[in-house]
Design a protein around this ligand. Structure first.
Ligand SMILES: NC(=O)c1ccc[n+]([C@@H]2O[C@H](COP(=O)([O-])OP(=O)(O)OC[C@H]3O[C@@H](n4cnc5c(N)ncnc54)[C@H](O)[C@@H]3O)[C@@H](O)[C@H]2O)c1
Length: 206
């Protein structure tokens, strides 16, 4: 039986995770933790009747609340980030505070609460501008051209570093050893689909 904690679970992708996880009899619990900045109540309205499901309104920047809410869960799915890439034009630090910092907070809450598995939603912004070339998982990352891409790159790096800490610190399996979702074990890199919550710009800020 597994208990899942979804940071940013009230959003577009989170709602699909919630639905899918609750169809599995091996799921003991699904908790979403969301500040509702772009999340919507109706995304999980039909799951409210399932007593394995609960929703907590909170900001991932609130470490005390995040850690307390995360306690007792095995796996963390981290989806919270600024959804509007173009916002960096008017607010240049948005992807630091609503991106990189959030990932740091999630990792820190995992350390404090004892959760060992993370699935992180990275993004194709980590590749930078490849022109017409199609990105592949094995392509080099680290030359993002948006602050959103930079924060996703930083998030992958922070999680990789945390795997090393877990490996060194204990006999518990690390996040990468448990999780089989990401191609490199730490992250699934997503490209923007048509159904994403409204955003003014594209994946790229020029
Ligand atoms: N949907 C796509 O096409 C796509 C593409 C590339 C990457 N991604 C990544 O996948 C993840 C999920 O995407 P989505 O489309 O579901 O986005 P979304 O905006 O619908 O969901 C993100 C959720 O995080 C919550 N959130 C944001 N800041 C928070 C904070 N400080 N504390 C707590 N909750 C917070 C929002 O309220 C929202 O419910 C994001 O990290 C996004 O960058 C998505």
């Amino acid at each position: 039986m597994q208990a899942f904690f979804i940071v940013g679970g009230a959003g577009f992708i989170g709602s699909h995770f919630v639905e899918r996880l609750l169809t599995d009899k091996n799921t003991s619990r699904v908790t979403i933790y969301d500040n509702m900045s772009s999340g919507r109540d109706w995304h999980f309205a039909s799951q409210r009747g399932d007593d394995r499901f609960s929703a907590i309104r909170g900001d991932a920047k609130d470490l005390t609340k995040l850690t307390a809410a995360m306690g007792g869960h095995d796996a963390v799915i981290h989806l919270a980030s600024n959804p509007d890439i173009s916002k960096a034009r008017s607010k240049p630090d948005i992807d630091f505070y609503e991106g990189t910092l959030l990932t740091h907070q999630v990792i820190e809450a995992m350390r404090l609460s004892g959760a060992k598995t993370i699935l992180y939603a990275s993004g194709s912004g980590v590749y930078g501008d490849l022109g017409e070339t199609e990105a592949r998982e094995g392509d080099a990352i680290g030359r993002p051209i948006s602050t959103y891409g930079a924060s996703k790159t930083a998030g992958e790096a922070l999680i990789s570093r945390d795997q090393e800490r877990l490996r060194d610190a204990s006999s518990h399996p690390s996040t990468a050893e448990i999780l089989d979702h990401g191609h490199d074990g730490v992250a699934d890199r997503l490209t923007r689909g048509p159904s994403r919550a409204p955003a003014e710009g594209s994946d790229v800020v020029s």
